[in-house]
Design a protein around this ligand. Structure first.
Ligand SMILES: *Cc1c(COP(=O)(O)O)cnc(C)c1O
Length: 470
């Protein structure tokens, strides 16, 4: 017998004896720790985890990678496995990327006022579709309609699932089986495969492209109008910029042309500000109210971009057209639930009060770089020099994101971290696997954290994540 065979045989004998030591599922489930676990998380998860742990144990014994069976060790593995399965998948993360409206991270965080209202609506009955003054059935639009009327001078406002749904519904109602005229410079794609030509064709409207990528004149729109034309549409090029030899008609010109031909003018504003954000240093994000004032018939925008509310699509403007949109059977399929209405109503009510600083995304936009730098410096002091970590504060840039304000950024201060024994990628990965996950950027072999998008009370959590790493 060769020495290899000899060892294998020994392994086999040891394996046999280890396999005999494995406790039964029932024996394990009867143990104090697992009974407590079962009371907390339910029998099903604990039984499943126990079976899985025992299965992997047998595999490890068979391939000779396990030398001894301990019940305490099994118990620990079962608790960890059960807890992992019981963990909810949608989890809060710390956004240290400096992208304020990060679509992958849920866009705008809600104001506490919005959350409070949402919880009330969620946990109690409400007058969602009930007119309390008349004691009869009401409309769910009423709650937000009055606010947009007051803030924007809108005749009527509808809320649907998101802005993609709003654009779709407007086109389907107003231009299906006819043509909608759009400038070639505005045939945009937004992340998540929202493309104007695709939405158009799905809505049943024929897209009539006019002008060129960089220049479209009012005469181009005028020349394209024919008996099949149902609407004119303007799209805010929210996530890119065309610079140089460019031209697009003024909104007034489009309004006049639409009037002359009794056609509705639809404008997809994308980010949709309710206030003028130019004083905050944000360019090219026209407020929705300005479009309505100029005479646009139907303006659409998102609830969770610059507005800072829940995911929603807002359609606002003239009653003549919005009433038609409201009676489209698809409105029923795209309408929002009470939670969205509650969060949106309370968010928009903050604008009514002029309390913009209550909206987290606006606070982040307006946060001075010096304040971010001071927080970064405090963190750097805690981290620098600990267990191979080096940390310092650098200048950098934050972006608003969410497909808005292309080419614009906000000056910020970054916490730049390196580790003597690990690459920036490894460091970033460890932060991402922290509980709670901390999401940072990697640039030039540095892990960069931008505290603009980190809530101040989370700074401590970041310090702890680095402590664990050190
Ligand atoms: C973001 C955006 C959309 C899509 O809005 P969602 O609310 O994400 O559906 C549509 N049009 C424009 C111009 C946008 O910027």
């Amino acid at each position: 017998m060769s020495s290899t065979e000899n060892r294998l045989d020994e392994g086999g004998a040891v394996g046999e004896s280890l396999l005999r030591q494995i406790p039964s599922v029932d024996e394990l489930l009867g143990r104090e720790a697992l009974r407590a676990l079962e009371a907390r998380l339910g029998r099903r998860l604990v039984v499943d985890a126990t079976r899985k742990v025992l299965q992997s144990l047998r595999a490890r014994i068979s391939n000779g990678t396990l030398a001894k069976v301990s019940v305490e060790m099994l118990e620990k593995e079962i608790v960890a496995a059960t807890e992992k399965t019981a963990e909810l998948s949608l989890r809060p993360v710390i956004n240290a990327t400096g992208v304020i409206l990060h679509t992958n991270l849920g866009r705008a965080p809600l104001a506490p006022e919005a959350v409070e209202h949402l919880v009330e609506a969620a946990t109690r009955y409400s007058n969602l579709e009930y007119d309390l003054a008349r004691g009869e059935r009401g409309k769910r639009d009423a709650h937000t309609d009055r606010l947009f009327a007051q803030l924007l001078g809108a005749e009527m406002t509808l809320v649907v699932n998101n802005n993609a749904a709003a654009v779709f519904l407007a086109l389907n109602t107003l231009a299906a089986e006819g043509e909608v005229i759009v400038s070639r410079g505005e045939l945009i794609e937004i992340g998540g495969s929202f493309r104007i030509p695709d939405i158009c064709s799905k809505s049943g409207a024929t897209l009539r492209e006019v002008g060129t990528t960089n220049r479209t004149r009012i005469a181009d729109y005028a020349a394209a109008i024919n008996e099949r034309t149902r609407a004119l549409m303007r799209v805010h090029p929210s996530n890119f910029r065309v610079v140089g030899f460019t031209e697009r008609p003024a909104l007034d010109e489009l309004v006049n042309l639409a009037r002359q031909h009794s056609l509705p003018l639809i404008e997809d504003l994308g980010s949709g500000c309710l206030v003028d954000v130019a004083p905050m240093g944000i360019r090219d994000e026209p407020p929705a109210g300005a479009s309505l004032k100029a005479g646009v018939d139907v303006v659409t925008f998102s609830g969770d971009k610059l507005l800072g509310g829940p995911q929603a699509g807002i359609l606002t403007g003239k009653k003549e057209w919005l009433a038609k949109i409201r009676s489209n059977p698809l409105f029923r399929a795209l309408r929002v639930d009470k939670l969205t209405i509650a969060a949106l109503e309370a968010t928009v009510a903050l604008y009514q009060r002029g309390d913009l600083s209550a909206i987290p995304s606006f606070r982040m936009i307006q946060m001075p770089a010096e304040e971010i730098g001071a927080r970064a410096a405090r963190l750097a002091q805690k981290i620098d020099g600990r267990g191979g970590l080096r940390a310092e504060v650098r200048e950098g840039e934050s972006v608003i994101g969410g497909g808005s304000t292309p080419g614009q950024s906000l000056p910020t201060r970054l916490l730049a971290v390196t580790h003597a024994g690990h690459s920036a990628q490894e460091l970033e990965q460890s932060l991402r696997r922290n509980s709670p996950p901390v999401l940072a950027r990697v640039e030039n072999d540095l892990v960069l954290l931008d505290l603009r998008t980190v809530f101040a009370e989370q700074d401590e959590e970041i310090a702890r994540a680095f402590e664990r790493l050190a």
